[in-house]
Design a protein around this ligand. Sequence first.
Ligand code: SF4
Ligand code: SF4
Length: 134
Amino acid sequence: MIDPETWYQCDRCTACCKWPGDVRVEDDEIEAIAKHLNMETDDFIQKFTRLRMNRNGLSLISRENHECIMLENDKCTIQDVKPFQCKGFPNRWNFPDWQKVCAAKPVPMKEAIKLGLVEKGDLSANHPLRGRDL
Ligand code: SF4
Ligand code: SF4
């Protein structure tokens, strides 16, 4: 459930980078990530993506322990260009009882905006809502 009065500030616990399942990547995100990694788009697709479980698009691949392939030493190596699925959790999409598995801290929305915690454009009606396929 999305609470418009509260912003949940990510604690960078990386739990959501270790859950099994898809990390959705759309075409524009693939291009941005490939560029960030100095790779040709096709090479990036071959090396780092697979079909999503519902076969409706691509996902980043995971290691055997389910960690996202972009996670290294508990840090996202593509932080500046990470997919919307990652950027959007838990403020733009989440699931029942998500707080049991996520360490994000609640901050009143007005304070979060004042503190600059809410990314520019994040409150826009045009913000892309690309959550996980649950
Ligand atoms: S892209 Fe980065 S933020 Fe997203 S799951 Fe992978 S490591 Fe985590
Ligand atoms: S969104 Fe939550 S689970 Fe993911 S890294 Fe941030 S605090 Fe951890």
